[in-house]
Design a protein. Structure first.
Length: 347
């Protein structure tokens, strides 16, 4: 009798599974287009998106443009031509023109388009009722990064190693064409100056968001200017910060447990897991969370709402919506133990 009951339940469960499997197979996937999955932050975002999609029963298909404009244009074009169910597409454009072309094509075919990470112009966004942008507040990252540096300087005035009253810093900016690049650096410098901190740039490098490019650039800066001339490294993302740390480690700095005199504070942005680990180990000093999990969560909720025929509301998303834009807040993360000597002083 008992066994029968279990069988009956199992059969029912199978039947339910069977029908949902059929539904899932018929579902057009939510297609996601990335500018480059080689980018450590974007890669992390893609992992979060896959995890959350599985949890929400949403099928996704991911496309990597490998930073190639033409490749992305053709990926989007092909995807739109097979998207019979008008399932939303998620787009991290290689550049603004690509974004605009995608938006026009999506609008023509009534396919909702959700941009992320690289914001199209407001004009473009406003030109289609089913166009959205999910990203982070452009000025907040630089502000939080500066706040972390200000606090670190308060706790460790010895960061100004030559005691000339200026903080001699290297800045790693990121891809020149990216809107975050200038905004993060400008707000960082302005916030530092407003706090009365005097800055002297040792070098300003691009780093292209990439750890290996940043490492090479930093190695060159160290050999040209000398390690003794650098008191702080401020990077517009964690990937470049991690590359810079490797070049510091190659000259005996920022290894775990080095004395405070062989430690240069390095600050990044993104809070990718490898940077959190570096902060935990005390080889990096701080970062600002560019919340990839929340970004992925909002996009999955929006995609699901479209698939279920529900409206996109602030209640559903959990964040305010302004001008078709959802801004996820940043938050600062740090470890102000600058080498072992500093940790001892703090105790
Ligand atoms: C930024 C992120 C960088 C890089 C860039 C790519 O928001 O902080 O690490 O991923 O986007 O567009």
């Amino acid at each position: 009798m008992k066994i029968k009951k279990i069988f009956a339940t199992a059969a029912m469960a199978l039947a339910t599974l069977g029908s949902s499997a059929v539904w899932a197979n018929n579902q057009d996937p939510v297609r996601v287009f990335y500018y480059s999955l080689n980018d450590m932050y974007i890669n992390q975002l893609s992992t979060s998106l896959q995890d959350l999609a599985i949890g929400s029963g949403i099928k996704i298909a991911q496309f990597d443009a490998q930073d190639d404009l033409m490749r992305q244009a053709s990926q989007i074009q092909t995807a739109l031509s097979v998207n019979k169910k008008k399932t939303p597409i998620l787009v991290n454009p290689v550049d603004n023109q690509n974004g605009l072309n995608a938006l026009r094509a999506a609008k023509q075919q009534n396919v909702p388009i959700i941009f992320f990470n690289r914001k199209p112009t407001q004009e473009a966004l406003s030109s289609y009722k089913d166009a959205w942008y999910v990203g982070s507040n452009i000025n907040q990252a630089g502000y939080y990064q500066a706040s972390l540096v200000i606090e670190a300087l308060k706790q460790h005035p010895e960061i100004d190693r030559n005691k000339d009253g200026y903080i001699n810093y290297v800045i790693l900016k990121g891809e020149p064409s990216h809107v975050d690049t200038a905004a993060r650096s400008n707000v960082f410098v302005r916030t530092m100056l407003d706090a009365g901190i005097k800055l002297k740039p040792v070098a300003i490098a691009s780093g292209q968001w990439s750890p290996s490019v940043a490492q090479n650039e930093m190695t060159r800066i160290i050999s040209e200017k000398g390690i003794a001339s650098i008191e702080l490294i401020v990077s517009n993302n964690d990937a470049m910060a991690l590359g810079a740390i490797k070049s510091l480690q190659a000259v005996g700095y920022n290894n775990p447990d080095v004395p405070n005199s062989q430690f240069i504070p390095v600050f990044g942005i993104d809070a990718i897991p490898s940077a959190l680990e570096a902060i935990e180990r005390g080889v990096m000093t701080g970062t600002v969370l560019n919340d990839y999990k929340a970004t992925a969560d909002v996009m999955i909720r929006m995609a699901k709402a479209y698939i279920d025929g529900q409206p996109i509301t602030e209640d559903l998303i959990g964040y305010p919506i302004k001008n078709c834009t959802i801004e996820i807040p940043y938050s600062p993360i740090y470890n102000f133990n600058l080498g072992t000597a500093a940790a001892e002083t703090k105790k």
